[in-house]
Design a protein around this ligand. Structure first.
Ligand SMILES: N[C@@H](CC=O)C(=O)O
Length: 268
């Protein structure tokens, strides 16, 4: 239901063994490491190397997260270039038992703002699983502009949240103040103090330090932002390949068995 989601929701890293098989015991330990501090899990998003996963890896990580979520909502990331492929995967997510899907903007230079609206409309028309919008352009090349985002929130039923990763805190703030009734989550750790009015946070730091993320949401002071920035620097969360560094730290803590990232997996 719109308005249900808030607080810290975790874009989970995807633990692999050295052959790239999703490691279920590591998924369990990761969920156990953070579950008391968070309000939901997002497997297979950017921090989960979602755009690199093959169908088997994607299905496994979503299945294991649903299996071990312990009552917390699971919102399955879908990072595929075109609408038909997204719809196929959304059907699989629904069959696995995910509570919602988190859908990146469609990929490619030819995509227009109207095309983005049509993309989400078509997904909604195909099945009624709730949709979380992921407004980012680093991967897809296509950010949702403000008026388009308002239009999507008004015209398409079943939108349950926005991961606002435009990287523009004023944009996020304006969206949070727009009164659409759809919760807005900041996607970048370093923008939390400036975003204001947001309903929550979804970013890789939540894999490591969810209580710090919660504290920032409750009391977003410049001092706490400075602390978050320091912690993110320490763990590599601000690097371009942050998921690699988050995995290294989770491995060092004994939470996951291997820090392997997708491209390091060896053929079996
Ligand atoms: N901060 C990045 C990475 C992941 O969550 C983004 O929001 O796209």
């Amino acid at each position: 239901m719109p308005g249900t989601y808030s607080g810290t929701v975790v874009p989970l890293i995807t633990p692999f063994d050295e052959h790239g098989v999703v490691d279920e015991p590591s998924v369990v330990r990761l969920l156990d490491h953070i579950r008391t501090e968070v309000n939901g899990f997002m497997p297979a998003l950017t921090s989960g190397e979602g755009w690199k996963l093959d169908a088997r890896q994607w299905q496994d990580v979503v299945t294991y997260t649903v299996r071990h979520a312990g009552g917390l909502p699971v919102l399955a990331g879908i990072q595929l270039p075109d609408t038909d492929a997204v719809i196929d995967r959304a059907r699989t997510a629904a069959a696995i038992g995910a509570d919602a899907v988190v859908v990146t903007t469609p990929f490619g230079a030819e995509v227009t703002q109207d095309g983005i609206v049509e993309h989400y409309k078509a997904i909604r028309a195909a099945l009624d699983i709730p949709i979380f919008l992921y407004n980012e352009e680093a991967l897809s090349g296509n950010r949702i502009e403000f008026d388009t985002l308002i239009r999507i929130c008004k015209e398409i039923p079943g939108i349950v949240g926005i991961k606002e990763s435009s990287g523009d805190a004023a944009f996020t703030r304006n969206m949070a103040e727009a009164g659409t009734g759809i919760p807005v989550f900041e996607g970048w750790e370093n923008l939390l103090v400036d975003a204001r009015g947001i309903d929550g946070f979804i970013g890789p730091l939540a894999n490591l330090e969810p209580s710090l993320c919660n504290a920032m949401l409750v009391d977003p002071t410049p001092d706490r932002q400075a602390e978050i920035n320091t912690v993110c620097e320490r763990y590599g969360v601000f690097k371009d390949d942050w998921y690699r560094w988050v995995k290294k730290e989770l491995h060092r803590r004994g939470v996951i068995s291997s820090p392997t990232v997708h491209e390091e997996a060896k053929a079996a």
